[in-house]
Design a protein around this ligand. Structure first.
Ligand SMILES: C[S@@+](CC[C@H](N)C(=O)[O-])C[C@H]1O[C@@H](n2cnc3c(N)ncnc32)[C@H](O)[C@@H]1O
Length: 246
């Protein structure tokens, strides 16, 4: 493979690189997710929404919504939820918007898209009863700042549910095999399907940019969340992290 992922980036560079990368791959992003996970990302996303409990029926923010999977499902499956899907990639949001038009009968005007930065959320304090995010933690330049922003826009008792590929300490054999798949197979499939090897080399590299899962849980607690827990999917490669705003 000729292209390499950027080795390490200062925060502003990382944001610009990530935004441009998702703009580039937006057209084939959903297809690649299904191929790469055999469709199981849909099950993980279902678990993410269920983890919100009854808070999912209020004002919900999906940060780094991409093409809108979580936001669309939530708005279509709760009759009362008012959902905002936020992302900084114009092309990912354009796909989300198209999908939103196609499903409008199920959610009407209870679903909105917003262009913005996860590290500077354009919402007042305590605006939401729940926040979600899928496959974004690896992509932000400052994870602690993202967690503080999620805490700020949630009211007390608000739920957070975050899904992503994370490093776990002392991974068992099956997790190490899944990590090999991620490193060796996914970039080749990404090159074939999306035509962008660099984006799918960046994917496994970005997991390494995160602290290990126990540290991520501590950071969420520090940001103002209680009852912080995680459960693993995808042979131990993917964590669903949940908490309740103190
Ligand atoms: C891997 S995609 C995940 C999309 C969607 N949540 C899903 O699960 O399919 C990551 C998304 O995070 C967005 N993103 C990354 N950093 C961001 C930031 N600082 N602010 C807003 N969006 C961001 C990217 O534009 C991209 O759409």
């Amino acid at each position: 493979m000729s292209q390499q992922p950027p080795a390490s980036n200062p925060p502003a560079d990382k944001a610009a690189m990530v935004e441009a990368m998702f703009d580039r791959i937006a057209r084939r992003y959903d297809l690649m997710n299904d191929v790469m996970t055999g469709g199981t990302h849909r099950l993980w996303k279902g678990a993410t929404l269920r983890a919100l409990g009854n808070r999912r029926h209020g004002n919900v923010l999906d940060v780094a919504t991409g093409t809108g999977d979580l936001a669309l499902t939530l708005a279509a499956t709760s009759r009362t939820a008012r959902v905002v899907g936020l992302d900084f990639s114009a092309q990912m949001l354009a796909r989300a918007n198209l999908r939103g038009h196609a499903t409008a009968a199920a959610h009407g005007d209870r679903l909105l898209w917003a262009r913005g930065d996860a590290l500077r959320l354009p919402f007042a304090d305590r605006s939401f009863s729940a926040t979600t995010s899928a496959f974004a933690l690896r992509n932000v330049a400052d994870l602690g700042q993202m967690f503080r922003e999620l805490a700020r826009v949630l009211g007390p008792g608000g739920r957070v549910a975050l899904l992503d590929l994370v490093p776990i300490p002392d991974p068992p054999l099956w997790t190490r095999l899944a990590q090999v798949h991620l490193r060796e197979v996914v970039p080749r499939v990404g090159a074939a399907i999306v035509g962008d090897a660099a984006a799918y080399l960046y994917l496994p590299a970005s997991v390494g940019s995160l602290p290990p899962l126990p540290t991520i849980l501590d950071m969420l607690t520090e940001a103002g969340f209680a009852d912080v827990r995680s459960r693993l999917f995808g042979l131990g490669t993917v964590a669903l992290i949940t908490g309740t705003r103190r």
